[in-house]
Design a protein around this ligand. Structure first.
Ligand SMILES: [Zn+2]
Length: 357
């Protein structure tokens, strides 16, 4: 079902849907629609999609009626796992919310040309990113999502990620990527966390390279994600590195150590270091005891024990050139009290934990 063609190479004639209306926003699909052809005819001018539950209709009246009655107009399905600064992430189990998962997948496929749409939604968890405007209490916007296989043999912490076109270029992808690592960290018993499903699309590769580079730079300059949340790190970044750091200017580390420190796969560590122009492998890989399986280790190139030389001043330079904020895109505070889900008593009518049937 995935198309090999790049979305931008498609001519309008290739598309069987000209415009999509999400809530009140009209924009153009990037890819051919995979909506059922008997419901969304060829050359449909406008498809109306509910901004809360992703149900769809070609008829404006039907859509208007649905908007007034949508069961998710005040609260998304699933369980809230993150909440900070108006942004929240909700975990939606595809098995419990099949229709939601299918409708979200159909909509997302308009903008994901790379990944197959999985209609077997029961095997996936969906993490939807919402924003609640303080001026519009009682409602919310879904800005994007990522999906994750419930059981991944390849340590994938993310299958598909999409920020909907009207909300792109606001650093929201980094927020979702950060949440995906954080959630995997809780699941993980060993040191490694994982990474997104490969191969990545061109856009995915670009986004992840930058996200990983920033993650590594933060780790090297500040410490493990979530450390020192009280410090005013931005101030330190703007000062000169000399005299402000006690650690040696050049450090030899293994890619595995960087992986363990950032929760990233070693192959992703190498991708990030290369994109930063900081990949300086040392000649003799040092043998290290690894808790990864032999199969995993052979897939990693170079090996986890590969020593690299990290020049702190180069990392500082990269950080300053790229205007890196040392504050994580994800706030640790956003998870407080939300994970693991709170068990509510039977008498409670807490709608956050209620499920649709
Ligand atoms: Zn709806």
């Amino acid at each position: 079902m995935a198309t090999a063609k790049s979305a931008r190479l498609q001519t309008p004639a290739d598309r069987n849907l000209r415009n999509v209306v999400l809530g009140d926003l009209l924009f153009k699909p990037w890819n051919q629609s995979v909506y059922p052809e008997d419901l969304v005819a060829k050359d449909t001018d406008r498809l109306y999609v509910c901004r809360w539950c992703f149900r769809y209709s070609c008829e404006e009246d039907v859509f208007a009626d649905h908007k007034r009655a949508c069961e998710h107009r005040t609260t998304p399905p699933g369980t809230k796992v993150y909440d900070h600064g108006g942004y929240a992430v909700w975990e939606v189990d595809g098995e419990k919310h099949k229709l939601f998962g299918q409708n979200l997948s159909l909509f997302a496929k308009l903008f994901l040309d790379h990944k197959t749409v999985f209609f077997d939604v029961a095997t996936f968890l969906y993490y939807i990113l919402t924003y609640t405007d303080p001026d519009e209490p009682g409602s919310y916007y879904v800005l994007g999502f990522f999906s994750k296989e419930k059981l991944s043999w390849d340590a994938n912490n993310l299958a598909c990620i999409l920020i909907f076109p009207p909300y792109q270029h606001k650093q929201l992808g980094k927020l979702l990527m950060g949440v995906s690592y954080k959630l995997s960290g809780w699941d993980s018993t060993g040191g490694y966390i994982g990474g997104p499903e490969k191969p990545l699309s061109e856009l995915g590769h670009k986004s992840y390279s930058r996200f990983w580079a920033e993650r590594i730079a933060r780790y090297l300059l500040r410490g493990k994600p979530g450390d020192n949340p009280r410090e005013s790190n931005q101030q330190k970044l703007n000062s000169t590195p000399k005299g402000s750091r006690k650690r040696p200017v050049r450090e030899a580390m293994t890619v595995e150590e960087l992986g363990l420190g950032t929760g990233m796969l070693t192959e992703d560590v190498v991708t990030a270091l290369k994109s930063m122009g900081l990949f300086e492998p040392q000649a003799t890989p040092k043998k290290r005891k690894s808790n990864r399986t032999a199969t995993e280790a052979t897939e990693v190139n170079p090996p986890p024990g590969q020593m690299v030389t990290i020049s702190k001043s180069d990392v500082w330079e990269w950080a300053q050139t790229h205007h890196l904020s040392l504050d994580d895109p994800v706030s640790e505070k956003g998870f407080e009290g939300l994970w693991p889900p709170v068990i509510v008593s039977a008498e409670s009518d807490d709608s956050i934990l209620s499920e649709e049937d």
